[in-house]
Design a protein around this ligand. Structure first.
Ligand code: UVW
Length: 319
């Protein structure tokens, strides 16, 4: 049964690592709590050149969208050609000319954040809230992405694995280990620590755009983090994790097989870690290499979508 706050009564999460209760029994922000005003201010002091780099793929129908979802549909309500053709002119206001457009898309269908109500395990989401708090009409009454509207801004750190390994991209099915991350950080002369917004480059999203047969992308698996990285992330105490692959974790999943997307449950549901997916990190990689620095001010708040489980974003790194 469920209490008045929407928490499952008597359920104890004995999985490790986990952050349940760490920021209060009713917390819905998870590790984003680590992005304190002091850390945000310190991150802002990293800005030296004012160069701004977007980490978003184009928000259009050409991007990789998980086959369980529809694509991005962008339509116009009225356009310049409506005025040229005279089908719109004069209908609203004298001399008025302009355009209006619409997007219909999965909130998880582009460069995006997975909110804390995106993944569950044993009928619970992060902090012990019951999964029935997410309903099709009311939406996510717990763990909504709008809880993050004033956060996901802080010190960004890029670990550029393909660059470190001297390859264009990590191969599908490559499982990223803690040793990979430590060695890469050391080679780049950067540390990953408490309250950082960690960004890991794989080169996997750019590969999608190069492929002639897009179906191959979904058949061959993906490079991503392994189970051991969950412990590493918890030890480092990062505030968020974003990557340029589809679902952060390695695909196919490691054995023993827990269930589909097992690390989503361990990261989002156990740790309260907000995951960024389908980021575009090619420009960030080039800028970090050019400036010789792998830390920057990162501003990536989600859209303030009420009671939602995810949000597109245009994350920007500022150097
Ligand atoms: C799934 O939910 C399958 O993936 P994602 O985290 O990419 O949204």
């Amino acid at each position: 049964s469920v209490d008045a706050n929407g928490k499952v009564i008597g359920y104890v999460n004995d999985r490790t690592p986990n952050n349940w209760g760490r920021w209060g029994e009713l917390d819905e922000k998870g590790t984003a709590n680590l992005l304190t005003p002091e850390r945000v201010a310190a991150a802002a002091r990293l800005i030296e050149t004012g160069k701004v780099v977007s980490c978003a793929i184009p928000l259009d129908s050409t991007g990789p969208v998980h086959p369980t979802r529809t694509g991005v549909v962008h339509l116009y309500g009225y356009t310049g050609s409506d005025f040229v053709a005279g089908t719109k002119a004069g209908q609203d206001y004298p001399n008025f000319q302009g355009t209006d457009d619409y997007i219909f898309m999965p909130l998880q269908g582009s460069t995006q954040w997975d909110g804390l109500s995106h993944f569950f395990y044993k009928d619970t989401m992060f902090n012990g809230f019951w999964i029935g708090n997410v309903e099709s009409y009311a939406g996510a009454r717990r763990g909504s992405i709008h809880q993050m509207k004033d956060t996901l801004v802080g010190r960004g750190v890029l670990l550029d694995l393909p660059k470190f390994k001297g390859v264009d991209r990590l191969q599908p099915q490559y499982g990223i280990t803690p040793d990979d991350l430590d060695a890469c950080a050391e080679a780049q002369g950067v540390t990953v620590g408490e309250g950082d917004m960690l960004v890991i480059r794989t080169g996997h999203v750019p590969w999608y755009y190069q492929l002639e047969d897009k179906m191959e992308y979904w058949k061959v698996g993906a490079p991503g983090i392994t189970r051991a990285v969950v412990d590493w992330l918890a030890e480092k105490d990062v505030a968020s994790l974003a990557m340029d692959n589809i679902a952060v974790e390695v695909e196919p999943h490691e054995e023993p097989f827990e269930h589909v997307y097992p690390l989503h449950a361990r990261l989002i549901r156990d740790l309260g870690l907000t995951l960024g997916e389908v980021w575009w990190l090619e420009d960030l990689s080039a800028t970090c290499a050019e400036l010789g620095r792998y830390e920057f001010f990162l501003s990536a708040p989600p859209l303030n979508v009420t009671n939602a489980s995810g949000s597109p974003a245009n994350p920007v790194a500022v150097f």
